[in-house]
Design a protein around this ligand. Structure first.
Ligand code: NAD
Ligand code: LMR
Length: 339
């Protein structure tokens, strides 16, 4: 792979993120939407991360109970729960280094992520407005769908507040990488990292199987595996039959990404794929793309180039994905500017 920094985590032990001891500074982490299907297991995993020193859990319901429960786990971090009353949102963000946002409604069978826009756009706008006001230097990790639009919304909110969010606002696409890695395991028999770029919806999700050493796929296998990564979310939505979308695997992915961001803040060299503001495809009319990001104390340290040796098939997927990304970005920017 044509990047000069090792790509994310220890292949041998993917769970090592939960017990990593390499970095020293403890981070203040806030979860907005902490009582939900993702929020609860995510809060549990964050509580077990020794790099987290304070965990603030905010939701419009039930967050105090979730915080009481999680707070009994015998790790050193302090946990507190917040509700909207008494300025709870702002209090939960006070002093935050990292904010994870899984607040919002999930899909039901037959829905696209874009069908969530009408409800989730407003939620993300409200929550990121508070972030821009209270913790403008925190790294903001947006899980709420449609990520391809909610990240541009957050970014516009920051601009309105005179805050440069370009290095701090991340759309969390890690679940796509986690899925791609698992699905390749089913072929290779070992866990390897599979970069996934583009966006986080259907065919905007672009796994780069060409970057996986030793993976040989026929055209049919490549197309089937690509489809499975692009529509892995639908597999879960269908199996959950109206009760929601991926929560547990998302919590795992969110905890991994938060761990990477904290480790980057603490000076470790670490590369993840994430949906960020970038000039990579500006000439094609988009300002956001999920790509290789070297993390650092400021959040995005460097945006690395797309590997030169990707295949013609992958280049075709990028061209196709860009068209859809243009529309979702426009929708997000227009929403943020209207209100
Ligand atoms: P959920 O309904 O189980 O939980 C959402 C939580 O958000 C609820 O507890 C709700 O009370 C809370 N909430 C609603 N409005 C809020 C507000 N204004 N402030 C704070 N909290 C608020 O849903 P879920 O399964 O946890 O999914 C949450 C979101 O994550 C959905 O939009 C889903 O599509 C998205 N998601 C993204 C990915 C990804 O890869 N980025 C993966 C899975 C799910
Ligand atoms: C996923 O990829 O699982 C999430 O984006 C949730 C969904 O709606 O599929």
């Amino acid at each position: 792979m044509n990047v000069d920094v090792p790509f994310k985590v220890d292949n041998e032990d993917p769970l090592s993120i939960l017990f990593n001891k390499n970095s020293s500074k403890g981070a203040n982490v806030t979860v907005l939407g902490a009582a939900g299907g993702i929020g609860q297991p995510l809060s549990l995993l964050l509580k077990t991360n020794p790099l987290v020193s304070r965990l603030n859990l905010y939701d419009v319901v039930n967050s105090v109970g979730v915080a009481a429960d999680v707070s009994h786990i015998n790790h050193e971090s302090e946990v507190a729960g917040f509700l909207p009353e008494n300025d709870g949102l702002k209090k939960s963000l006070d002093g935050a280094d990292v904010v994870l946002i899984p607040a919002g409604v999930p899909r039901k069978p037959g829905m696209t992520r874009d069908d969530l826009f009408n409800t989730n756009a407003g939620i993300v706008k409200t929550l990121t407005t508070a972030c821009a006001e209270v913790c403008p230097n925190a790294k903001i990790l947006i899980i709420s769908n449609p990520v391809n639009s909610t990240v541009p919304i957050a970014s516009e909110v920051y601009k309105k507040h005179g805050v440069d969010g370009s290095k701090k606002i991340f759309g969390v696409t890690t679940l796509d990488l986690v899925r791609a890695s698992r699905f390749v395991y089913e072929k290779l028999g070992k866990i390897v990292n599979v970069p996934v770029i583009g966006g986080h919806a259907g065919t905007t999700i672009i796994p780069l199987f060409s970057q996986v050493e030793g993976l040989k796929l026929s055209k049919e296998e490549l197309e089937a595996l690509t489809y499975r990564v692009q529509f892995g979310g639908d597999e879960v939505v269908k199996a959950k039959a109206g009760t929601g979308s991926a929560t547990l695997s998302m919590a795992f992915a969110g905890a991994r990404f938060a761990d990477s961001v904290i480790r980057g803040s603490n000076g470790e060299e670490i590369v993840e794929c994430a949906f960020v503001r970038t000039d990579l495809y500006k000439s094609e009319g988009i300002d956001y793309f999920s790509t290789f990001v070297k993390l650092g104390p400021n959040g995005v340290e460097t945006i690395l180039p797309i590997p030169k040796d990707i295949t013609a098939y992958e280049k075709g997927l990028i061209a196709e994905g860009i068209k859809q990304l243009q529309a979702s970005e426009k929708k997000g920017v227009e929403f943020a500017s209207k209100q």
